[in-house]
Design a protein around this ligand. Structure first.
Ligand SMILES: [Zn+2]
Length: 325
């Protein structure tokens, strides 16, 4: 059935099956190992709390001089015990987060079982959500300007066998809006809310279709990740007007930029990027769609700032090292 085929990657998959692509993660393995050992040298022992961890270039284990704890250098990180090398974990996560390839396409590329790759990606994703705020604060000190906030005009669904809605941007009780609403099971629907400030992108999925714009969690997160927010630019929906913030609005149905230059083009652009990316989750049973939407904001922020591989590694491990101290 043609519709069962993903929109991208069919030709690519044939080349994978021909053995055209050989993956060599050794340089990445080495960089991750170096970076993790730097973390160990600057952190306290997860067992005794003393800051006396020693590392060696050729050893897989680090050692606490105080209590003799000898964990693997991957201990506590998403790189630990995956039947994958560190580089393969990061490569799998990168292909998942930064391309339109689905896990069904990534697994054969790495020559691994779907479940192995799925588990590694999910754990890496959870780690990135913990580590990103800590990493972002350390490497990105200047995020300023207005914050554009918007709610997606579409809801998304990753549930098998169900078509996503064409349009659900509906306010109030017009009977016309009912037709465009997707009739999935309650709780299956997802509305996206995004905040854009400078190079920072925050996306949250909110369950439900009758979701009336609780923008506060996304605005709060944007504020936590940057300096105190100044102006918040939104469209003119009621929920926004009630916000207790210094903000201006633009009603973009009528015009895209208000006479004084207020707009939410960045947020609208972000939705146009995240929606095709989220579409690759169609056909998978979907628990993590909200998490995936949030991940996209993180990855977009990292890409917009030109973050190095080391920064990405830091995002994956920072949460683990922080919680162990
Ligand atoms: Zn110790």
């Amino acid at each position: 059935m043609p519709s069962a085929q993903p929109a991208f990657g069919g030709m690519f998959r044939q080349l994978i099956e021909l053995g055209v692509i050989e993956i060599n993660t050794k340089p990445l393995d080495a960089r991750i190992e170096r970076r993790l050992k730097q973390f160990w040298e600057n952190t306290s022992c997860p067992r005794c709390g003393h800051q006396s961890i020693m590392t060696w270039e050729k050893h897989d284990r680090v050692r606490c001089r105080n209590c003799e704890f000898k964990p693997a250098y991957t201990h506590g990180t998403p790189f630990h015990e995956k039947h994958l090398s560190c580089g393969e974990v990061l490569l799998a996560f990168t292909l998942y987060a930064d391309t339109l390839l689905s896990i069904n396409q990534i697994a054969p590329l790495l020559g691994r079982a779907y479940k192995t790759i799925h588990t590694a990606i999910r754990e890496a994703e959870a780690a990135v959500q913990r580590g990103f705020p800590l990493t972002w604060k350390l490497f990105n000190q200047t995020v300023d300007g207005p914050t554009q906030v918007d709610e997606s005009g579409k809801v998304c669904s990753g549930y098998k066998g169900q078509e996503p809605p064409r349009n659900s941007r509906s306010r109030g009780g017009s009977s016309r809006t009912g037709r465009s609403r997707w009739r999935g099971r309650h709780g299956d629907q997802l509305t996206l809310v995004a905040a854009c400030r400078d190079s920072l992108r925050v996306i949250r999925g909110q369950r439900g279709i009758d979701y009336e714009g609780d923008l506060e969690p996304v605005i709060q997160e944007a504020e936590d990740l940057s300096q105190r927010l100044g102006e918040v630019w939104t469209d003119g929906l009621q929920a926004y007007r009630e916000m207790d913030r210094d903000h201006r609005t633009v009603v973009h149905k009528e015009r895209y930029v208000s006479p004084d230059g207020v707009h939410i083009n960045q947020a609208e652009c972000l939705f146009s990027l995240v929606q095709p990316w989220l579409r690759k989750f169609r056909g998978l049973s979907k628990q993590g769609l909200e998490q995936a939407a949030h991940t996209f904001g993180i990855i977009r922020s990292l890409n917009l700032t030109g973050a190095s591989v080391e920064i990405t590694i830091d995002c994956l491990v920072m949460g683990a090292f922080r919680s162990s101290t």
